[in-house]
Design a protein around this ligand. Structure first.
Ligand code: FAD
Ligand code: SF4
Ligand code: SF4
Length: 361
């Protein structure tokens, strides 16, 4: 993709030359997750004036709180790409301008441009990139599994964050652990039939981490399907074969029971009462998937963008949405991993540049 011709757009504060009309920015990127930051970098490297709006107080989105899952070997979780992104920000500075703690209240069309009313003032832009991402499925929604009720039941996302923040040592006392897959995904009952893509892989990597640290631990995994495509898929297949006990049926309830010696353990219940499984666990990990973030749902509504039935914004190809001038990237249009988000950001940035070129000065 050739760079945008010099003369048409001025990178300093996006003042459009010749026409006399003042734009605040060429492009506003909504959301500063891995995808939004990457689009901003590519567009600002091409000389465009870019503003990134982030509604929380910190940048990075979901993936920046995930940790390295390497044991004695790399398990290919993709989080190294986040480390690279952080380093690049440190060495090269932020790509364009950043407004944190900023929400978009309303968006209006003004000629070819968009006028955004934000809680920190109005912003005019030619193009909008929606990079509002995903959220981990809230495990407490699956009340039948007892998350937020029993302290020994927690989500895979909680485990991920522990890995990043303080390590896994606090799990040392657990001898028997069950992982329940597809929590919040592939659920006909919840009308959320899609596969979240990452949870089989992150669960197997976490299992390997736990086994590596605590070889005494017995891990059972309850699943309906195993998705292991991508980086290190052979390693993941080996972990599934050798390090965990796989059970291809899904429990429908977790109950906490008092044991004969006065302690507590967790029991899994199945629709079929005849089904025999290991009856008790010290901990249960719910492998939560991804849902469209509240910000994605909100932007889709405010911008009147077509959504799919799960609330993600429809990508009509190469990041184009149902409204010309508005683009979507990363998890905002469906579950993906860090590598997928970065690839997507490249495509979306190129589509924006092509749009600018077509549009002319
Ligand atoms: C439990 C879990 C484990 C995972 N593990 C892995 C893994 O091991 N490896 C891997 O590669 N991927 C993993 N992923 C996937 C990874 O987190 C996503 O691919 C990645 O976060 C998508 O990046 P994004 O920039 O599209 O969205 P996000 O990371 O969700 O970022 C979106 C940003 O937009 C902001 N925002 C939202 N709405 C608005 C709004 N209206 N206005 C302004 N700002 C807004 C948010 O605050 C956030 O900063 C995991 C996901 C989950 C849930
Ligand atoms: S890809 Fe993941 S597991 Fe491998 S070194 Fe990087 S962060 Fe660690
Ligand atoms: S990645 Fe695995 S756990 Fe996640 S929804 Fe798909 S099949 Fe279920």
């Amino acid at each position: 993709m050739p760079p945008v011709e010099p003369g048409g757009w001025c990178s300093s504060r996006g003042i459009r030359e010749g026409g006399g009309m003042h734009l605040s920015h060429d492009v506003v990127v909504v959301g500063s997750g891995v995808a939004g930051l990457s689009v901003a970098r590519r567009l600002s490297d091409k000389g465009l004036s870019v503003l990134v709006i982030e509604r929380t107080g910190k940048i990075g989105g979901t993936a920046w709180s995930l940790g390295c899952k390497a044991t004695f070997e790399c398990l290919g979780c993709g989080i190294c790409r986040i480390v690279e992104q952080k380093r690049e920000l440190e060495s090269r500075g932020f790509p364009g301008e950043l407004k944190t703690n900023t929400g978009i209240a309303m968006v209006r069309r003004q000629g070819k441009d968009f006028l955004l009313e934000t809680d920190t003032g109005d912003i005019q832009t030619r193009f909008l990139v929606v990079a509002t991402g995903i959220e981990p499925y809230p495990a407490h929604n699956a009340a039948n599994f007892g998350c937020d009720i029993y302290p020994e039941v927690f989500s895979g996302y909680d485990l991920e964050k522990t890995l990043n923040e303080e390590g896994l040592d606090r799990y040392e006392s657990f001898e028997r652990v069950a992982f329940i897959q597809c929590v919040g995904s592939r659920s006909v009952k919840e009308k959320r039939g899609y596969c979240s893509q990452v949870c089989c892989r992150y669960a197997l990597r976490l299992c390997e981490n736990l086994k590596y640290r605590f070889p005494h631990m017995i891990i059972d995994m309850y699943y309906m399907d195993l998705q292991m495509l991508g980086e290190k898929k052979d390693t993941l297949a080996r972990i599934a074969r050798e390090r965990v006990n796989l059970f291809r049926h899904m429990p429908f309830r977790v109950e906490r029971e008092e044991t004969e010696d006065g302690f507590f353990s967790l029991a899994l219940r199945f629709e079929d009462p005849q089904r025999v499984t290991r009856s008790s666990y010290d901990a249960v990990v719910l492998s939560v998937g991804m849902i469209a973030s509240g910000g994605t749902l909100d932007m889709a509504r405010k911008l009147q963008l077509t959504q799919d039935r799960d609330g993600f914004i429809k990508n009509l190809g190469e990041g184009k949405t149902s409204t010309p001038g508005i683009f979507v990237t990363g998890g905002a249009w469906g579950p993906t991993d860090v590598e997928g988000s970065l690839r997507d950001a490249v495509t979306t940035a190129e589509t924006v540049l092509a749009g600018l070129k077509e549009d002319g000065p």
